[in-house]
Design a protein around this ligand. Structure first.
Ligand code: FE2
Length: 482
């Protein structure tokens, strides 16, 4: 239920983003509005309710007094819209139509300035004919507003969100900024405008800075599927993974910053690939594949044209699809020396592509992704791949697992052995949810009788992920299509 609630918020933000990029009746805008109406009808019908509402406070979404971490990361456009309307959130009442939503997306995309009073904003909504969407009164700024309500909650998922929001507040801000940066550059490329490399650099540095404070646990955040644009989520996750990997290899602080920036910008060239190819749900044909393969060289050219001179950033954009054995693309000139930065981003890029959700595939568990990458002999820098497996382990933090005694748990941290992490039990053996204080932590490396039976990435419907996993031989196709 929580997940579906989050899906709806992310769809709204996504609609605003798409409308910023396109026009009212663009198929993408229409599709999102129709999907929202359908999902809302389904959710409200189940709960026999006729309205859906959520708050916005302190640059985060709130539902029943809890911060919603995932949507807050990827839903920046909707948060901005609420802030510009001086409101504390939105109420969507049935019967809402696709036209209402398209109208909402248009206002969200076009409203760049702040409307100072809620009354004016409400009048503005009414004049736009949005009678089924209401603006909530802002929360009073008195610290963590929802705190008394939070005590009453008996939902472990909601508790989990609160826990994460409290522990990861600085990281949340960094992630919002990362998403914003990649999204803004995508938009700029679409409009043939200059991209903002300095902003990417500042966001990369912000990511490294929060990780220095010990708050970084990128896998916690990687579990949130990015419904908005998987190119954006992909770049953010590659940046975060790349920074982790660079640190584990003992690279300097400066290099870690550059890798984070390189991760954010490595797929920039995709902004120049036609949507019909970039978002094609099926396999690309030969001609489409060739066009797709131009994105790495195109990205490097865009960076050069925008004055970028950093060799790490440039070589990662240009060379992140080059294999260690010389294959891949673009064609490598004989004098070219493969850069370690490109090798590092390459490993993170493929791992992220395999373990993320795409329109044409479900998420794959890390263990399977490692297998595929190891089997693809000559593709990856061996030390980089080994380091990646070493830092993430078989069950990255944030993974949901089923234990051999039937209980369900969330991985909290790596254990002494890759297959035995530290977990927190969230559901009992009959599937009953456990409230937060009653969720025991188990060091699986100290309890040899309990094993992990089943793996699931939280928040991602990957029940039949095996059915869609590619064979190692089709790895290159898989990578191409991400
Ligand atoms: Fe790429």
């Amino acid at each position: 239920m929580q997940q579906r609630f989050s899906d709806l918020i992310i769809l709204l933000a996504s609609g605003i983003n798409q409308r910023r990029m396109y026009f009212n009746n663009h198929p993408k805008v229409i599709d999102i509005s129709a999907e929202f109406v359908k999902k809302l009808g389904f959710m409200l019908g189940e709960g026999q309710k006729d309205e859906f509402s959520f708050g916005v406070f302190n640059s985060k979404f709130i539902h029943k007094g809890k911060y919603l971490v995932g949507p807050s990361i990827v839903g920046r456009s909707l948060i901005e819209f609420a802030e510009n309307l001086s409101c504390g959130g939105f109420v969507f009442r049935q019967p809402i139509t696709s036209e209402d939503l398209i109208n909402f997306f248009r206002l969200g995309a076009e409203q760049k300035d702040k409307i100072d009073s809620l009354e004016t904003a409400r009048a503005f909504f009414a004049s736009a004919g949005l009678s089924h969407i209401e603006l909530l009164t802002p929360f009073a700024d008195e610290g963590e507003k929802g705190s008394e309500k939070e005590e009453q909650s008996d939902s472990p998922e909601a508790d989990d969100m609160k826990f994460m929001a409290a522990d990861f507040a600085p990281l949340l801000k960094a992630y919002q900024s990362l998403y914003e940066t990649v999204a803004a550059n995508n938009l700029a490329l679409h409009g043939d405008e200059r991209i903002n490399i300095e902003k990417a650099r500042a966001s990369g540095e912000q990511l490294i800075a929060v990780s220095d404070q010990g708050a970084l646990d990128v896998m916690q955040f990687m579990r949130y599927p990015d419904f908005d644009s998987y190119t954006i989520g992909h770049s953010v996750r590659v940046a975060a993974l790349g920074a982790l990997l660079a640190r584990s290899l003992g690279w300097s602080h400066q290099l870690q910053n550059e890798i984070a920036t390189a991760g954010l910008l490595h797929d920039l060239g995709k902004g120049k690939i036609p949507d019909g190819i970039l978002f094609k749900p099926g396999r690309l044909n030969e001609d489409e594949r060739k066009i797709m393969e131009t994105h790495s060289a195109l990205g490097a050219r865009v960076l050069l044209n925008n004055g970028e001179t950093n060799p790490i950033v440039l070589s990662a954009a240009w060379g992140h699809h080059l294999r260690e054995d010389g294959g891949g693309y673009p064609a490598m000139p004989p004098f070219f020396v493969r850069s370690s930065a490109a090798s590092l981003i390459h490993v993170c890029d493929v791992f992220e592509a395999l373990t993320a959700v795409r329109p044409y595939k479900n998420a794959m568990c890390p263990r399977r992704a490692y297998e595929i990458m190891i089997k693809d002999k000559g593709a990856f820098h061996p030390r980089m791949l080994a380091a990646l497996i070493q830092i993430l382990g078989l069950y990255p933090p944030g993974s949901e697992v089923t234990l051999s005694d039937g209980r369900r748990a969330v991985v909290v941290a790596k254990g002494a052995a890759p297959e035995s992490p530290l977990v927190r039990v969230t559901h009992g053996e009959y599937g009953e949810p456990l409230s937060r204080p009653n969720q025991p932590a188990i060091h699986l490396d100290q309890q040899s009788e309990i094993k992990i039976d089943e793996f699931k990435i939280v928040g991602v419907d990957n029940e039949d992920s095996d059915a869609t996993e590619p064979a190692a031989s089709s790895l290159s196709d898989e990578i191409l299509q991400h």
